[in-house]
Design a protein around this ligand. Structure first.
Ligand SMILES: Cc1ncc(COP(=O)(O)O)c(C=O)c1O
Length: 384
């Protein structure tokens, strides 16, 4: 496709009506076995588009083509979940004896993968304070191979100085990767900032309907062979239905994200003025650590942010959470529906202590009417 605006790419990238009888959606390809017409064709493997389901199908190719287009990436590879995309990145650039710098506010299972996989295979993982900026260079060792960022951080929402960290790593010849699931390329395009690898859980905003697990890694040209080979050798591949849903979700990412943004900003601003709320960690509000970095690097904000409540009494918190009518408790975000997640960050952090004394709550603001969402929260806060 010739150079098109982001919204047009979202709408059309990966679509191939000529190949599917005019259908605008690439149908799900349920393929494991792919047969060859003759021995000469068989001999061309792996230099053929499709040879075996795990190595790629027209469903994965269409999704990956669309993601690469919106990321401005050389190529993208899909995996069966966001976590498997993270593990692919962690394993692609490391071997025994290497050192990895991982942000202290990363998604919990990213940390567990470092502890339970990388360490077991002899990779030294060091967690760094998320707001370290250019001082990251002080942590570099001769064997540092990867700096992993996540912005804003899971649960705590600090926005890292992505530019300073990336510049320092580049100067030292160290690979950089970022979990960009919160912003999606609509609001931040990591490869344009010189980051080598961008990964997303497409389970969240990309698919957007809370009905599929999917991950994707996008890279520059230099990083591609290692990432693609690692995903292949780990045996990670998206399911045909999930890839279909991922691509279908992408078509409406723009409109959904703009509505999540609007609703979440409205609710976060209102929460900032509520007496039960100690602090609001929404990257687009000045009360969020790293707000200046958000202003510097991001084009918008999604629907997910954190708050700290003054109240910490378990019974009062339970009364608030159990009585919600619109919000449910859940381990996810990024779908059409509002969710609350009451995980506490304090015990998880090791490099930069989490000093907030109140009760942490992550909110995902869905596509419901903002007044209804506000009323549900107001009644919840009153129960505290
Ligand atoms: C920031 C972040 N990255 C990655 C993941 C993992 O994605 P998945 O659940 O698709 O494995 C999650 C899941 O909640 C997440 O919040």
């Amino acid at each position: 496709m010739s150079k098109k605006s982001f919204e047009t790419l979202l709408t059309h990238a990966g679509s191939k009506p000529d190949e599917y009888h005019g259908a605008v959606n690439v149908p799900p390809h349920r393929m494991s076995t792919i047969v060859f017409r003759n021995y000469a064709d068989f001999e061309k493997v792996p230099n053929v588009p499709y040879s075996y389901g795990r190595a790629g199908t027209p469903s994965s190719a269409a999704f990956e083509e669309a993601i690469a287009a919106i990321e401005g990436a050389y190529r993208s590879v899909s995996t069966c979940s966001g976590l498997s995309a993270i593990v692919t990145v962690l394993m692609a650039f490391t071997q025994a004896g290497d050192h990895v710098l991982m942000t202290d506010n990363c998604y919990g299972p990213s940390r567990k993968s470092c502890e339970e996989i990388l360490r077991r295979f002899g990779v030294d993982v060091e967690y760094y304070p998320p707001m370290i900026g250019a001082d990251i260079a002080k942590l570099f060792r001769p064997n540092t191979k990867l700096v992993f960022m996540e912005a804003p951080g899971s649960l705590t929402f600090e926005v890292q100085d992505i530019g300073a960290i990336t510049a320092a790593a580049k100067k030292a010849g160290i690979k950089t990767a970022i979990d960009n699931s919160w912003a999606t390329p609509l609001f931040f395009r990591p490869l344009e900032f010189g980051i080598d690898v961008s990964m997303m859980t497409a389970t969240k905003y990309v698919s957007g309907h809370s009905d599929c697990m999917l991950g994707v890694v996008s890279t520059n040209e230099e990083s591609w062979p290692q990432v693609k080979r690692t995903a292949l050798m780990l045996g990670l591949c998206g399911g045909s239905e999930e890839l279909y849903l991922g691509l279908r979700g992408l078509r409406t990412l723009n409109v959904r994200m703009l509505q999540h943004q609007k609703n979440a900003l409205d609710i976060a601003t209102w929460l900032s003025a509520q007496p039960q709320v100690k602090r609001v960690h929404h990257p687009a509000l000045p009360s969020c650590p790293g707000h200046e970095n958000w202003k510097k690097y991001y084009k918008g904000s999604s629907g997910t942010f954190g708050i700290i409540l003054h109240q910490t009494n378990r019974e009062k918190i339970a009364a608030m959470l159990d009585g919600m009518e619109i919000f449910n408790l859940g381990f996810s975000w990024g779908g059409f529906e509002s969710l609350l997640f009451p995980e506490q960050p304090k015990p998880i952090r090791t490099a930069a202590a989490w000093e907030e004394e109140g009760f942490s709550l992550r909110l995902h603001i869905g596509l419901e009417d903002a007044e209804d969402i506000r009323a549900d929260l107001a009644a919840g806060l009153a129960r505290l």
